[in-house]
Every structure is written in structure tokens, then in C-alpha cells.
Design a protein around this ligand. Structure first.
Ligand code: OGA
Ligand code: NI
Length: 355
């Protein structure tokens, strides 16, 4: 299944690529907004990133989501999910229940969306998820910031409500219905996982859904990573952590995503049909760092294009983000102040940039 959907996408892309439509690089023709987010990402995460070689043979855990649905195995799955959040912050989910055709149709929609020339995408591509005033303040500083090019093409949807049949109104017609169905399915798996994560911490099942305002809205990045030949000096996506509650991602069969584990990068090898899930900043903050929002990055393949679609579950702006009392003690003080998400999100960027 994955093979089939991927090769049709790849054929499509190489045609578009030959037409020059998709050959955008960070250093030529990148919009100011994109350049800014590259610089911001590099600035935030400019903590030393280890130079040690890739850790071979390590794999992120694989969670069989169907185990959650049987009373005999539910608690085993909850335990596995909690352990994966604690030890890796990243895991594959298989048997997630999203029908193959929903995912295949989304890859077709992906093709359609990337066929739209960059200069015509403004009506549906919402650009970086940064607070507007941060964007504004920073655009002045851009010229003095070092360039940390990332090479890829990205389309973003912000605050998409998958319950709204009229969502993403200005995207090409044939991409809209499959995208909405896909985002709804991804969000529903996200809900199931949030419930399991709550349970794994001894909380009532719906704790995280409620605490984050029911995460009705989804943000999404659709990434198209062209092959690149400059000997590992240019990245697809610089190291970063996800500033959301939970991320769910699909990818084609080209390896590129890497996660940091014990100071070594580990490949997230594509597993046909799986969703790659990672803990975001919000769960890390609630759990007082028990569950990790780990640093990750995307490398470029020298020969083949890589595609991914990431869905980010965001809290609503008024959601209160606060460490769980049972995970705070004298020995383990609260690592984050309590505040609402809007403030948290703003401060995250502002403080990293020392504004
Ligand atoms: C992201 C991300 C990884 C990938 O969009 O935040 O980490 O493989 N994407 O595209
Ligand atoms: Ni990410």
C-alpha cells in the first residue's frame, strides 16, 4: 500500500520538479517569512547538537493501537505508550484504524497542492505558525541574523477545524474533501492517544483533551524535501522540538527524520502504514519533563524526494498549561510557570530570542 501510494506521488513530483516549480531552496527565492523561521529554529535550538555518529540499530518503539480496544490488553497498551513517551518521546503507531484509502487520497491531495505554483499558494498556505507580533518584531532583525538554510518546500494549514466541511476554502477543490477526512481521522487517533497518555499518568481518561480545550483545531505542515547533494551540510529541517500537544506524521518510504536519544541521532525508519507520533512541549510541561518533547530533524536524501505530512494538535489559546501537582515535589520543582497557552506560546519564542 505505502509503496504504491509513494511511487505515484514520486512520479508526479519529478514532473513538477522538472518544470522548475518545486526547486525552491532556502537560499534562493525563499520568502522572508520562511527565512525567518529557519533562522528562529536555528537560534532556538542552537544548543550544541552532538556530532557523534548516528546510532545504528536503535529504533523508536512500535505501538499496536488495536491493543487499546480490548479490555484484556488495554492496560498493556497504556503502559507501553507511557513508557515510549518517557523513554523516547517518539513512537510508531500501527493498527491505528485509519483506512488505507484515506491516506492514499491524502497523498493525492498533497500532489495537487504542490502542483500549485508557490506564488499562487497564499490563499490556502498559511505560512509559519508564529505569533504575528513576533514575526513583525523579527522581520527587522532578519538581515543581521545568520542564515541557516533549510532546503524544502512546505505548505501549512493553521487552525484547521476538521469538523467543518468548508475548511481550507481556497485550496484546490479536489484536495479539500480528502484533506478534511484525513485531518479528522488523524485528530481522532490523536484523541485516543491523548486519552491513553492521561491514563498512563494515573489521570482521568479525558484529562489532556479537556486541559487543552479539546484540541478542536489542527495545524499541519506538508513537507516536500527535494534530493540534495551538498554532503550533509544542508538540512531539510533543522533540529527543533514541536511546540504543540502531540504531533502525528505520515511519510513516504525515504528515511530522513531523526530523533535525539542519549545525545545521538537515531533514524526514524519508515514503517509501512504507521503514523509517527511525538510528544510536544505541552505534554512535557504538564508532566514536568517526565514525558519528553525531544529534539528531531529531517535530513535530505541525495537521490530521492521525501514527503511528510505532520499534524499538530494545539491547545486553545485560553488553556491553562501547568505542571501536574503529583509530578512536582521539593526535589523536583516545577520547571514551567503556570500560564495560558497564548502566553506560553508567545513567551516561548520571545524568550528564546531574548526579546
Ligand atoms: C515538523 C517535523 C519532520 C519530517 O514538521 O515539525 O518535525 O519528517 N517534520 O518532516
Ligand atoms: Ni517537528
Amino acid at each position: 500500500m505505502a509503496q504504491e501510494q509513494v511511487s505515484s506521488t514520486a512520479d508526479h513530483k519529478s514532473i513538477a520538479h522538472e518544470n522548475g516549480e518545486l526547486s525552491r531552496k532556502a537560499t534562493d527565492g525563499e520568502t522572508e517569512e520562511e527565512e525567518l523561521t529557519d533562522a528562529i529554529r536555528a537560534t532556538f535550538f542552537s544548543v550544541p547538537v552532538p556530532a557523534q555518529p548516528l546510532k545504528e540499530g536503535w529504533e523508536i518503539p512500535v505501538i499496536d493501537l488495536s491493543l487499546l480496544h480490548s479490555p484484556n490488553t488495554h492496560s498493556i497498551a497504556v503502559h507501553q505508550i507511557g513508557k515510549a513517551c518517557q523513554e523516547w518521546g517518539f513512537f510508531h503507531v500501527v493498527n491505528h484504524g485509519i483506512p488505507e484509502n484515506v491516506i492514499n487520497d491524502m497523498w493525492k491531495a498533497f500532489d495537487v497542492l504542490f502542483q500549485v505554483p508557490s506564488h499562487e499558494r497564499g490563499k490556502f498556505d498559511h505560512g509559519p505558525f508564529l505569533p504575528p507580533d513576533i514575526m513583525e518584531m523579527l522581520s527587522e532583525k532578519l538581515h543581521s541574523m545568520p542564515k541557516f538554510g533549510e532546503s524544502r518546500d512546505t505548505i501549512r494549514f493553521t487552525e484547521l477545524n476538521p469538523d467543518d466541511e468548508k475548511a481550507i476554502p481556497n485550496a484546490p477543490h479536489e484536495s479539500r474533501a480528502p484533506a478534511i477526512v484525513f485531518y479528522k481521522a488523524m485528530r481522532d487517533v490523536g484523541f485516543e492517544l491523548l486519552d491513553a497518555i492521561s491514563e498512563s499518568l494515573g489521570l482521568e481518561k479525558e484529562f489532556f483533551r479537556r486541559a487543552t480545550g479539546n484540541n478542536l483545531l489542527v495545524n499541519s505542515s506538508l513537507h516536500y524535501y527535494l534530493p540534495y547533494h551538498d554532503g550533509n551540510n544542508t538540512m531539510g529541517l533543522n533540529p527543533h522540538r514541536d511546540i504543540d500537544t502531540l504531533t502525528l506524521l505520515i511519510q513516504n518510504d525515504i528515511v530522513g527524520l531523526q530523533v535525539l536519544k542519549e545525545d545521538r541521532w537515531v533514524d526514524v525508519r519508515p514503517l509501512p502504514g504507521s503514523l509517527v507520533v511525538n510528544v510536544g512541549e505541552v505534554i512535557q510541561a504538564f508532566t514536568n519533563n517526565k514525558y519528553q518533547s525531544v529534539r528531531h530533524r529531517a535530513m535530505l536524501n541525495k537521490e530521492k524526494a521525501r514527503f511528510s505530512i505532520a499534524c499538530f494538535l494545539f491547545p486553545t489559546p485560553d488553556s491553562i498549561i501547568e505542571p501536574l501537582p503529583h509530578l512536582v515535589s521539593d526535589d523536583n520543582p516545577a520547571l514551567q510557570p503556570t500560564c495560558n497557552w497564548e502566553t506560553y506560546f508567545y513567551n516561548y519564542f520571545a524568550s528564546s530570542l531574548k526579546l
